[in-house]
Design a protein around this ligand. Structure first.
Ligand code: FAD
Length: 415
C-alpha cells in the first residue's frame, strides 16, 4: 500500500490546477494524481469543433505532458472511496492512503438514459458535442444537411456547460444560412428547462436573438427515445405529461448527466450523489481532510472550467493552510462562473455571473450582454492558451484581479 500526503482524483482542469501548485509546494513523492486516461481534453473547444471553427486535434494533449513533474501519476481509476480509513481503492485492487484527498472526477454522462441514443449516435445525422468521438461528426453532419428538421436537445438533469446546447444551435442555424438551406429548414430547440438560459440578465437577450433567427424554442420538453431506423425522436412535455414523436433530419443531443457512480455510492456523497462540500470553503461537510471542486462537487454553481478557476484558488488557499498547520482565515468562493454564449462564427455574449446569486460578475467595464467579435476572439484564441499554460499549471485562479483593476472604468449605470 502506498501513502501520500495529498491524493487528487482526476486529471481534468480541477485536478491538475490543484495538484500542480500543491506538488510544487511539497516536493517529490508527496502528491499523487489518480487518472486513468492517457489524453486530456480541453472540452470547451468542442463547441467550436462541432461548429467547424476549430480542428479537433487542438482540443487534446497527452496526459503525461500535463502531469505536474513533482506529482506521481497513478494511471488507474478509483473504484471505491473509504474516507473513514483515509484510503481509496483502485480498479487493480490496490489501495492508496492519504492525509488529504481532493476529488475532481468530473461528471458522468449517462447515455443509456435515452433509449436508442447509444445505437444512433454518430450515424445518420445524430450527434453530440459531449463526447470526444461524436463531436467529430457534428460539423460533417451540418455540412451534409440539405434541409428539413434540425433538432437540438437540453436534458432534464444537471449538465456541464449548460450553455453548450444553445451554442451549437446558433452555430448550426448560421451554417444553414451560409449553406443556402435555411429556408427549407426548421430549427427546433427542445429544452427541459422553463427558459432558454438560467440567468435572466443574459437569457432575455438570448431569447430575443432566438426569436429573430427563427429558432423555435420548446420548454419543458425532454428527449426520451430515438428511433434511428425511422429518424424519429420521442419527446415528453413535462408540464402536460404528453409525449410526441418528432421526425428529424439532424439531431444534436445534450445527454443526461449525473455524479460518477463511485462517488454516488460512497460516504462522501450528498443526497443527490455529488461530493458534499461547503459552498464557501470547498471542504467536505463531514470529512474535514477531504475537498472537492469542479463538475463532481455539490457546489451550486454552473459546472464549467471557468468556475474551476475561482474554485481552485479557494481550495488551494484552504488546503495549503492545513498543510502548513496554519490557522489562516478560510478563503470563500463567490460562485463565479462564466458561459461564453457563442451565437455566430464571429459573435459572442460573454456571460459572467455568480451561480450563487445569479448576479453578473463581469470582468470588463462594458455591458457584456452585447454581442461582440472581440468576445469571440478572446474565448476562441486567448482563453485556450490561458487554460493550457496557466490554469493547468496552477497559476490562474480566475479574472477577479482583472475585474478589480478595471472596476474604476465601469460606468455607474452598469451593475
Ligand atoms: P473533467 O474535465 O471532466 O475531468 C475529470 C477527470 O477525472 C477526467 O480526466 C476523468 O478521466 C477522470 N476520472 C473520472 N472518473 C475517475 C475515476 N473513477 N478515478 C480517477 N479519475 C477519474 N466550460 C467552460 O468554462 N466554458 C465553456 O465554454 C465550456 N464549454 C463546454 C462545451 C462542451 C461541449 C463540454 C462537454 C464542456 C464544456 N465546458 C465548458 C465544461 C468544462 O469542460 C468542464 O466543466 C470541465 O472540464 C470540468 O473539469 P473537471 O476537472 O471537474 O472534470
Amino acid at each position: 500500500n502506498k501513502n501520500f500526503k495529498v491524493v487528487v482524483i482526476g486529471g481534468g482542469p480541477g485536478g491538475l490546477s490543484v495538484s500542480s501548485t500543491v506538488s510544487k509546494l511539497l516536493g517529490k513523492n508527496q502528491v499523487a494524481v489518480i487518472e486513468p486516461s492517457s489524453t486530456h481534453y480541453y472540452q470547451p473547444l468542442w463547441t467550436y469543433v462541432g461548429g467547424g471553427l476549430k480542428d479537433f486535434s487542438e482540443s487534446s494533449k497527452p496526459m503525461g505532458s500535463l502531469m505536474p513533474k513533482d506529482a506521481e501519476w497513478i494511471q488507474d481509476k478509483v473504484t471505491k472511496l473509504d474516507p473513514d480509513n483515509n484510503q481509496v481503492q483502485l480498479s487493480n485492487g490496490e489501495t492508496i492512503g492519504y492525509d488529504y484527498l481532493v476529488v475532481a472526477a468530473g461528471i458522468q454522462i449517462n447515455w443509456d438514459q435515452v433509449k436508442g441514443l447509444k445505437e444512433a449516435l454518430g450515424k445518420d445525422g445524430v450527434t453530440s458535442n459531449y463526447s470526444s468521438e461524436s463531436v467529430q461528426k457534428t460539423y460533417p453532419f451540418i455540412q451534409d444537411f440539405k434541409g428539413g428538421n434540425a433538432v437540438f436537445t437540453f436534458p432534464n438533469t444537471p449538465l456541464k456547460c449548460p450553455g453548450a446546447p444553445t451554442k451549437i444551435t446558433f452555430l448550426a442555424e448560421e451554417a444553414f444560412r451560409l449553406q443556402g438551406v435555411r429556408d427549407k429548414t426548421n430549427v427546433i430547440y427542445n429544452t427541459s428547462l422553463g427558459k432558454i438560459f438560467g440567468v435572466d440578465h443574459y437569457g432575455k437577450v438570448l431569447q430575443q436573438l432566438a426569436d429573430e433567427r427563427g429558432i423555435k424554442v420548446n420548454f419543458q420538453t425532454e428527449l426520451l427515445e430515438i428511433d434511428s431506423d425511422n429518424k424519429e425522436a420521442t419527446f415528453r412535455n413535462n408540464a402536460t405529461k404528453e409525449s410526441h414523436k418528432q421526425p428529424y433530419d439532424f439531431l444534436h443531443v445534450a445527454p443526461p448527466q449525473g455524479p460518477p457512480t463511485f462517488i454516488k455510492e460512497s460516504k462522501l456523497a450528498d443526497a443527490a450523489g455529488w461530493v458534499d462540500v461547503s459552498k464557501d470553503t470547498l471542504r467536505h461537510n463531514k470529512y474535514s481532510n477531504v475537498f472537492s471542486l469542479g463538475d463532481c462537487s455539490s457546489l451550486p454553481t454552473s459546472k464549467t472550467a471557468a468556475a474551476i478557476t475561482g474554485e481552485s484558488g479557494v481550495l488551494k488557499h484552504n488546503l495549503i493552510a492545513d498543510l502548513k498547520s496554519k490557522k489562516a482565515e478560510q478563503a470563500v468562493y463567490d460562485g463565479y462562473t462564466s458561459c461564453p454564449l457563442i451565437v455566430g462564427r464571429e459573435q459572442l455574449i460573454l456571460a459572467e455571473f455568480s451561480g450563487y446569486t445569479g448576479k453578473p460578475l463581469e470582468t470588463f467595464p462594458v455591458d457584456q450582454r452585447r454581442i461582440t467579435s472581440i468576445g469571440q476572439f478572446l474565448n476562441k484564441e486567448i482563453i485556450p492558451s490561458i487554460y493550457w499554460t496557466a490554469l493547468l499549471d496552477g497559476n490562474w485562479t480566475g479574472p477577479s484581479g482583472v475585474r478589480n483593476a478595471l472596476k474604476f472604468l465601469r460606468p455607474a449605470n452598469l451593475s
